[in-house]
Design a protein around this ligand. Structure first.
Ligand code: ACM
Length: 619
């Protein structure tokens, strides 16, 4: 008898474990149990919800219909979508329960954000994971691990229109991100209308048009050349985007990057710099020498003068108008990479430092940050800045966004400040994501696999100070929305799982299987995202005098094929099993991944001469 009970328990355990895995939801929910129910998609659904929630459902009406869920006003419809607002502590403000039965789909949530997230999950489980076109029953309980789940879009280096920004926001809401960090100003353009400072957009939003590589071969503006590239958001447009985001459970954090990265502001108001010389909005011409390890020298002044009272009057106006436009708690002041050289050379700045007992440029930067923090808090907002705001002493009450690794975040959390982790090492989605032979060369690379390793809470740090995590899309090398999507996804899916799902549920094989399903969804929507994860990872090393190649990938059950004799299709080449020698000669390596006999990802073609350049020391 006892034996039978054990066997039965084992069967039940296996049943639930196996069933618990069978979904395609990203980010993975806290709990998913498949049931025997089947919801037949054979007629319209009556919507049982409050009028306010009906509006939320309305946002997704078309998407639901595309998945076979037709919401109807017919009170006699045999099926129903029920949305119940019930305060449930465990769900928090963004969690939900979702139950698919034979005749009804029910979402329970404490607040509208939870309903929104539940509807996003409903959309995911009804696109493809259906049985014979119908929906398999399930019970889901889900809530986020972190309250800050962000994506940043840089609209200065490339100007994205209101419609494009909305498309970006819409997509991120599908992955349950709740924070859109809008990088609104930089050397290459000021993008937000400030009514009391009209030149910021009359002058600062426009630059001469240049092609070529950002920061390298783009020519400086010619004398008298008309700036024709750019744009900005009027305050009406900002309010529209804020409302659009709010309806999708997304808060916008605006960033005005000061005191560095301010060339566009200084093109409008050069009197705010130390040299007070005329400036131009940078079209991406070489503006700095980079010496590695974060060390650099600015060739053109792009910093505000922290010793000039007029700068604080300027900041007061800017922050005052931002605070009126953006209802969220935080305003981001940037604070990164502010070059101190022009401050050090200015007699006025040096005299100011002496008078105020400021011993070095870091302390001067800290003085500036503290003044800005006071301005921001006087407007009822909380200041957040990149981790450089720690240098010389952090302002009371400021939150830190840690980008130069996790260390700034660790330091701030240890001092009891709130932190958002956004390290280059895991979360810089402007970096290259595939083999250099098929990608635009960008400063560094970051694979989907590495992104999936992102863990926002470092060992030994009190998790209560970690608000969450964020991925950043800088747009120096991203000149269009399609490319922004290509760079953002699927890496943002990995970030969404790091900031929403439970840490214990992190599982690469499960994740990549679900990502493949989402690839199909993007294909259907005609949005081309990166499938670089499919492609072989090539390591080249020397053994004795031989050139050796090792091929790997992280796609379960796949195989890698290759040729090294200038023949193709690669399908008929060798199946990789162990590192191999590349013979001498004018040869190319051709390689591709195959799954169930079908090619996936791009075919990589790399001449031997290029392989030689990739040689690394053998591990
Ligand atoms: C940054 O990437 N400069 C914050």
């Amino acid at each position: 008898m006892k034996g039978h009970i054990i066997t039965l328990n084992l069967v039940l355990f296996l049943f639930f474990t196996l069933n618990a895995q069978r979904h395609n939801i990203i980010p993975a929910p806290v709990s998913f149990v498949q049931t025997d129910a089947v919801f037949l998609l054979d007629g319209p659904l009556m919507l049982n919800a409050s009028p306010e929630i009906k509006e939320t459902v309305g946002l997704m009406r078309q998407k639901l219909a595309a998945n076979g869920l037709y919401i109807s006003d017919d009170q006699k419809a045999k099926k129903s979508l029920n949305i119940e607002m019930v305060k449930k502590e465990a769900l928090g403000s963004e969690g939900y329960q979702l139950k698919v039965d034979n005749k009804s789909i029910t979402i329970i949530a404490s607040e509208s954000g939870g309903v929104f997230n539940g509807l996003q999950t409903l959309l995911q489980i009804t696109s493809g994971s259906t049985v014979g076109g119908n929906i398999q029953g399930c019970e889901i309980t889900d809530y986020p691990r972190f309250k800050w789940r962000g994506l940043m879009l840089d609209v200065s280096r490339h100007f994205f229109t209101v419609d494009e920004v909305k498309q970006y926001i819409d997509k991120m809401s599908e992955y349950k991100f709740n924070t859109f960090h809008w990088h609104l100003t930089d050397d290459e353009g000021w993008r937000v209308e400030i009514k009391s400072l009209p030149k910021l957009t009359e002058v600062g939003a426009w630059r001469v048009e240049r092609a070529g590589k950002f920061g390298e071969d783009r020519a400086f503006p010619l004398p008298g050349e008309k700036p024709t590239y750019g744009g900005f958001y009027t305050q009406e447009q900002i309010k529209d985007v804020v409302a659009y985001a709010a309806a999708r459970n997304i808060t916008i954090v605006p960033e005005v990057d000061v005191p560095g990265h301010s060339m566009a502001a200084l093109a409008a108001y050069p009197e705010l710099s130390t040299k007070k010389e005329p400036k131009f909005v940078n079209p991406g011409s070489k503006f700095a020498e980079w010496y590695g390890n974060g060390k650099f020298e600015m060739l053109i002044e792009n910093t505000l003068n922290p010793a000039d009272e007029k700068v604080y009057e300027f900041m007061d106006k800017v922050m005052g108008e931002l605070a009126m436009l953006f209802p969220g708690k935080y305003i981001h002041m940037g604070g990164d990479e502010s070059y101190k050289g022009f401050w050090e050379k200015s007699k006025d700045v040096q005299a100011f430092m002496k008078k105020n007992n400021i011993k070095d440029a870091h302390e001067l930067q800290s003085y500036f940050v503290k003044r800005v923090e006071k301005i921001v808090s006087s407007k009822g907002k909380t200041l957040i800045g990149w981790d450089e705001i720690l240098e010389g002493g952090l302002a009371d009450g400021a939150a830190v966004m840690s980008w130069r690794g996790l260390k700034g975040g660790i330091e701030a959390a240890k001092m009891g400040h709130d932190v958002v982790m956004s390290p280059t090492t895991y979360a810089y989605i402007d970096y290259t994501q595939g083999d250099p032979s098929v990608e635009n060369p960008i400063y560094a690379s970051l694979s989907l696999e590495k992104t999936y390793e992102f863990e926002p809470v470092p060992d030994g740090i009190d998790a209560k100070y970690i608000l969450g995590g964020q991925a950043n899309l800088w747009s120096e090398m991203v000149p269009s929305l399609p490319f922004a999507f290509y760079m953002t996804y699927p890496r943002a899916m990995a970030i969404s799982e790091a900031v929403w799902s439970q840490k214990k549920d992190r599982d690469w094989n499960s994740f990549v299987r679900r990502v493949m399903f989402h690839f199909d969804e993007f294909d259907e929507d005609n949005i081309a995202i990166s499938k670089a994860v499919y492609e072989p990872i090539i390591t080249v090393y020397k053994e004795d005098l031989n050139l050796m190649v090792k091929l790997e990938n992280n796609i379960p059950d796949s195989e890698i094929r290759y040729t090294i004799d200038n023949t193709y299709p690669v399908y008929f080449g060798n199946t990789y099993s162990a590192p191999f020698k590349v013979p001498e000669g004018l040869l190319s390596l051709r390689t591709q991944t195959f799954l169930n006999g079908k090619a996936i990802g791009r075919s990589l073609i790399i001449p031997r001469s290029e392989l030689v350049k990739r040689v690394v020391a053998k591990k």
